[in-house]
Design a binder for this molecule. Sequence first.
Ligand SMILES: [Zn+2]
Ligand SMILES: [Zn+2]
Length: 493
Amino acid sequence: MSSPRLPNPLRMAIASCLFPRWREANVNFLIGPAPLDPNGLNRMLADSEAGALVTFEGWVRARNEGKPVRSLEYEAYLELAAKEGNKILEEAREKFNLRAIDCRHRTGHLALGDLAVWVGATAVHRDDAFKAARFVIDEIKHRLPIWKKEHYVGAEPQWVYCRDHHTHVHFHAEDYYAKQAKVVSQEKFSRASVLVVGAGGLGCPALPSLATAGVGRIGIVDSDRIEISNVHRQPLFSPAVVGESKAVVAQNKMLELNPFIKVAAINERLHAGNALELIADYELVLDCTDNMETKFLLQDACLKAGKPLVSASIYQHEGQLRTLIPGSPEGCLRCHQTETPDDSLLGNCNDFGVLGAWTAVLGTMQAAQALELLQTGTNSSVGHTMLVNLRDLSTLKVKNTAREGCAHCAGNFELHESEIEVSAASLKEENTLFVDMREEADEHLRQFIGQPAKIVVGCHRGIRSKRLVRAIRAEGHENFYSLRGGATALSAP
Ligand SMILES: [Zn+2]
Ligand SMILES: [Zn+2]
């Protein structure tokens, strides 16, 4: 826990009154393959104002859990590791009165006796230096996302995730998955790759189920930032991370839950221009989105790319779940709705209200169906729509029927999304007029007909404005656009 700090100039001013040569402690964390030279590092910290230097060296040792170790390799999520390492040193700077605090961590192949990690702390008084060095190495051991491959004498090498890799207390994948070994083929999961589009009410419960099952590679697509009103139904997020990227926070959470998988954060909105590229790297897609435009676009992209899609949506307290396999005889979403339907038919959670327990049930069902598909090649919602009453938990399974001659089923179509939506950024374009409809009746919009400008219409969520723009465009006024996401898009950081 860091203490509140005065702004730097003020601290400097106060400090320079007290100590003539006061300065902030130097902080330096580096992780990489270069060998570490403790003598050089010690010299680097030389400081005539310091009364103490305390260093820690972590060495590769010869024995682990009874097995003789020959050498080892470190592999780190470099970006995450560097970020976390610097954070730890900043915390040390807050806690102790230091001159400098420095930490180096090796990656790559290390031999017995090699220096794997080095910490150096200088301070005016030795007590701060001792405490800071101890604090830093303990935190580094617990918090840095580092993997280690151990090469044994007379046994196969093994990748291990070390929560405490310098005293060698290891978690092994086989122990992690021990309780599901009798019900699944772990091999099938670890070879699998799943793209989850949307880290919201459905994505938040679906993701941990996929990650802890051991799906080898997971991608998370979401361009939103966390809002305080998300937290009640999106338990990967807490009030402490409001304003941060959903995809990145969810990614870190998944890696924390299961260090034996790979997780990618894709901080982008899925659109016609990137949909095929995003799904190309994955064998299965989960539609956890909350708007029709993206749902239909995602299904179209999956049809084009031949990828199975597990799709879920909520209308008030009614959940729908279906698995679409391209080319299956039960058809596609567009068999009976060639045009993308309006979002008002879907019922955005923000408009109707929803309970976190409801989205948790549906999102978890979605993950369970995805895992079943990965294990067996099919599941009970293939070609069907499962209707789930999220209040009384009754379910109804309806067989989907294909429409003969559906161009989408035949793969005979172009990817597109309606061009009537624009982003908040486009409001800055020249000759653009923004009409705020939040407090206005529908008729208010008609007075802008005939104006020689691009008219961007905004409402609270971008749903009503889209309906109004559709109606007015149907009369031939094609200079009307709807602000995507509504007023929330204006206030987003
Ligand atoms: Zn270890
Ligand atoms: Zn179809």
